[in-house]
Design a binder for this molecule. Structure first.
Ligand SMILES: [Zn+2]
Length: 120
């Protein structure tokens, strides 16, 4: 864990606490580029499928012209837990960013793995 990784967890946690206050938005992601730009997003929950926070972050970054992300973290439960990407998101993240660093583990003891190290 680098200081910038801890800052990324804090960014996702802040968005989760501030913006995830309804059943529509329950999870927040934050991603950082190699040059230090940070993008955040929340999930869009809906019975038709909605979208995970990770995908919203990818789209948000792309909207700003950024298509290379270095590190991502996802926080759930109003900032109380770090959540690993779901199977579909793992596939997308692996395909888009093969060397992406993913922060996993507990909020008070997070660690970094490469996207390829996550199963599925
Ligand atoms: Zn997902």
């Amino acid at each position: 864990m680098r200081d910038t990784d801890r800052a990324l967890v804090q960014a996702a946690t802040a968005v989760a606490k501030l913006r995830c206050r309804s059943q529509h938005h329950t999870v927040a992601s934050a991603a950082r580029t190699a040059d230090g730009r940070v993008f955040t997003g929340v999930n869009v929950h809906h019975v038709t499928g909605g979208s995970c926070a990770e995908l919203v972050v990818i789209g948000t970054a792309a909207t700003q012209g950024v298509t290379a992300l270095e590190t991502i973290v996802t926080v759930a439960d109003r900032g109380r837990e770090i959540s690993e990407p779901c199977g579909d998101c793992r596939q997308v993240l692996r395909d888009y960013f093969p060397s992406l660093r993913v922060i996993v583990g507990e909020v008070d003891s997070p660690r970094v793995v490469e996207i390829g190290e996550l199963p599925g």
